[in-house]
Structures are given as structure tokens and as C-alpha cells.
Design a binder for this molecule. Structure first.
Ligand code: BJW
Length: 228
């Protein structure tokens, strides 16, 4: 990687699959057991907040019992040693990149570790449940929701992400199906701006044709192989 200085890495549910966290679109994945429009849209939340809060309580509880796998560990090593610019843009709401030791991480779809108060806009660190309708620690109103990005909502930190994509020499996509925009479009953006593009995924993603190179396999094997 001699000529490479600026790296953007996009991660998705596939990187955490071997830690035991369910992906969304696989057979037996979350969207097979739950209707996406019921649990991952603002309209679904307005219709049945209890259902949505229970869904996220269940996910938050599960994530807290899981641990980083060799793919997270490898990216953390890269983050610690890479002297150039590096940004790990994760679509995941889990904190396994951080728990592995990575620092340069951005959660574009939010985090299960915050509760967002829609009354006062406070983002409160959160490890407990939300379905029991606790009050917001900042304003006392019962208007907490998970701090995650649902369909139809604007993903976080888009300006920072596009700024990093503009100067990227290398864009690497790991464990994502390429089904959800705007993340699915990053490969085209990065490539049209001159970056080399690499995909590491169990299978070819929907946008696989846009990558200069696509390697298929388990993240716990492919990512350490690529990093070390
Ligand atoms: C392994 C593995 C192993 C398994 N090793 N690999 C065109 C342009 C722009 C927007 C749109 C558009 N068309 C439609 C839209 C709107 C919409 C959208 O994309 N809809 C699609 C269904 C078409 N997008 C939005 O609404 C977004 N907002 C938006 O666009 O705002 C306007 C805007 C426009 C332009 C610029 C900027 C903004 C918001 C999307 C929010 C998504 N939210 C969710 C829920 C988050 C909270 C939560 O966790 O519950 O995010 S949905 C869900 O999907 C979650 C994920 O982050 C996301 C992506 O899923 P991911 O990670 O790819 O998982 P899977 O399961 O799909 O794939 C896993 C992959 O891993 C598979 O390929 C496996 O093979 C692989 N794998 N095991 C390696 N061991």
C-alpha cells in the first residue's frame, strides 16, 4: 500500500455476524422476523412505539453480551498504526469497533448506546431499556427513542464522510449488502474521485460491479489477511 495515504472503510452488519449479532437481509436475519416498515421507519414508530422500543431493547441487550471478532481487531490494529488519514464509517449501531480499540470510527446510522430525546434533543448515554418509558435525564419528558437512523431519515455526519471520500486513495467496503443508500453509493463516489475500491464480503454485494476488486469470504479471515 506504498502509494496510499487516505483510507475510507465502510462496514456493515456482516463484520459483526461472527460476533453473533444478526444481520438484516440474510436468511433468518432481522428483516425476516420483523417488518422493516414497522420497526425501522419514523411512521412505524409513530404507529406502535412500544413494538419499536421493545425491538431496540432486545437488540441493545443482545449487543452488550457480544465481543469483537478478528475482523474488528484487525481494523483496530490498522487504525492504531496507520499514519495517514483513515476513517471507519460504520452502518452498525453496535460498538464493537470501539471495543476492539479503533478510535477513528463514525456511526452513520447511529448507536444503540444513546437514547435521543425528541422533546429537548439531548443524546443521553443509554445501556438500559426504553420500552418502560423512562423520562429523559435532561428534561424529564417521556420522549426517548433509540438514537438510530431509520428509513427516510438523514444519516449522520454526511459532510464529514463525503469530505473523506473526496480525498480517499482507497475505499474498502466490508460486510454490507449494498442495499441501503446513501452508503451503497459511496463506492461510486469514491471511484469517480479516483480512489481504488475493494470489497470484502461473504458474497458479491448488489454494487459489486463497481469495485476494482471483490474478495468473497468471512470477514474474520479476509480482513486480517488484508490488514496484516
Ligand atoms: C458477511 C458475513 C461474514 C454475512 N463476513 N460478510 C437512492 C439514494 C438515496 C437514498 C435512497 C435511494 N433509494 C432509496 C433511498 C432511501 C433509503 C434506501 O436506501 N432504501 C433502500 C431500501 C433502497 N435510504 C434512506 O432512507 C436513508 N436515508 C436517506 O437516504 O436520506 C436522504 C439522503 C439522500 C442522499 C444523501 C444523503 C441522505 C436512511 C437509511 C437508514 C437505514 N437504517 C438501518 C437501521 C439502522 C438502525 C438499526 O440497526 O436498526 O440501517 S436499515 C439496516 O440496513 C441498517 C443497516 O445499517 C443497513 C445496511 O445493512 P447492511 O449492514 O448492509 O446489512 P445486510 O444484512 O443487508 O448485509 C449484510 C452483508 O454481510 C451481506 O451481504 C452478507 O453476505 C454479509 N455477511 N456474514 C462477511 N461473516
Amino acid at each position: 500500500m506504498a502509494e496510499i495515504r487516505n483510507i475510507v472503510i465502510l462496514t456493515g452488519a456482516g463484520i459483526s455476524a461472527e460476533s453473533g449479532i444478526d444481520t438484516f437481509r440474510a436468511e433468518g436475519g432481522l428483516w425476516e422476523q420483523h417488518k422493516v416498515e414497522d420497526v425501522a421507519t419514523p411512521e412505524g414508530f409513530a404507529r406502535d412505539p412500544d413494538l419499536v422500543l421493545r425491538f431496540y431493547d432486545m437488540r441493545r441487550e443482545a449487543i452488550q453480551t457480544k465481543h469483537p471478532n478478528p475482523a474488528h481487531d484487525a481494523l483496530a490494529r490498522l487504525d492504531q498504526h496507520w499514519k495517514g488519514n483513515l476513517l471507519i464509517v460504520t452502518q452498525n449501531v453496535d460498538d464493537l469497533h470501539e471495543r476492539a480499540g479503533a478510535k477513528r470510527v463514525l456511526h452513520m446510522h447511529g448507536t444503540h448506546l444513546n437514547a435521543w430525546c425528541t422533546a429537548c434533543d439531548a443524546k443521553n448515554p443509554w445501556t438500559g431499556t426504553l420500552a418502560d418509558r423512562p423520562p429523559c435525564p435532561a428534561c424529564g419528558t417521556n420522549a426517548l427513542r433509540p438514537d438510530v437512523v431509520w428509513f427516510g431519515e438523514m444519516p449522520y455526519e454526511m459532510e464529514r464522510i463525503y469530505a473523506a471520500l473526496r480525498t480517499a486513495d482507497l475505499f474498502v467496503s466490508i460486510g454490507t449488502s449494498g442495499a441501503v443508500y446513501p452508503a451503497a453509493g459511496f463506492v461510486r463516489d469514491a471511484r469517480s474521485l479516483g480512489a481504488r475500491t475493494l470489497e470484502l464480503n461473504l458474497e458479491r454485494s448488489q454494487g459489486s460491479g463497481w469495485f476494482d476488486e471483490s474478495r468473497q469470504g468471512r470477514a474474520s479471515e479476509l480482513v486480517p489477511e488484508w490488514v496484516d
